[in-house]
Design a protein around this ligand. Sequence first.
Ligand code: URA
Length: 263
Amino acid sequence: MAEPADQHEETMRLQRFLARAGVDSRRRCETIITDGRVTVNGTVVTELGSRVDPRGDVVKVDGAVVRLPEGFAYLMLNKPAGYVTTMDDPHAEHTVAELVPVDRYPGLFPVGRLDADTTGLLLFTSDGELNQRLLHPSHHVEKTYLALVAGTLTRAEAGRLRRGIELDGVMTKPARLEQLEEERFRDPRRLSRIVRGRWERLSISEGRTHQVKNMFKAVGHPVARLHRSAFGPLDLGDLEEGCWRELTPAEVDALRRAAYEEK
Ligand code: URA
């Protein structure tokens, strides 16, 4: 597995730092730099590719110190299997807290949860209000999962999952389902047995416990592997397993819009 936090960039380009600190637009910040108005640790820096460490370097524009705003943190992690979604569980062998920089971002917690054996996109924030909003039943954003299931669903079974099926006496909401490629895998209950199965892409707008596994089980196709590829407007992209990254400002805006949009 890749090293988690160590791979993350500690430094950022000077023009991005200035723009995020609210000095001006990125384009105008480039001009401010090339005009010689910026110092880093007392030295004038005019080169646009220069990088700064927001935690250690002292950056000034026209002699005034510039800092990044101290707001909420928003990160995504590509969760590996074998990690429990909790920031503190003395009984768990491994928790997701080991994989994100809790010292650097105080108050960080996961938004919802993934089962220990589920991989993929897990969002973290220190923004309690947004967290509540994202998880509230009336605003649940759509989440997309790739599930490797035994066998091939019939059209009728796929239709039931799409329209909604009863789980614990309550119908699931309409879902999107797409059948992907076939794969052979070892039966998790009898490792000597090779099972033929298929990857299914399921998008749901709810967050009931073990919902995806229970939905496929209810139509007779147990899930062998589960991976979350998208959470609302956020896509895991090519983030390596075990690694995290900060959301971009555009991603945070999109997430807020999704959370506050009336459904
Ligand atoms: N549904 C599940 O069954 N498990 C997960 O981890 C997430 C959604």
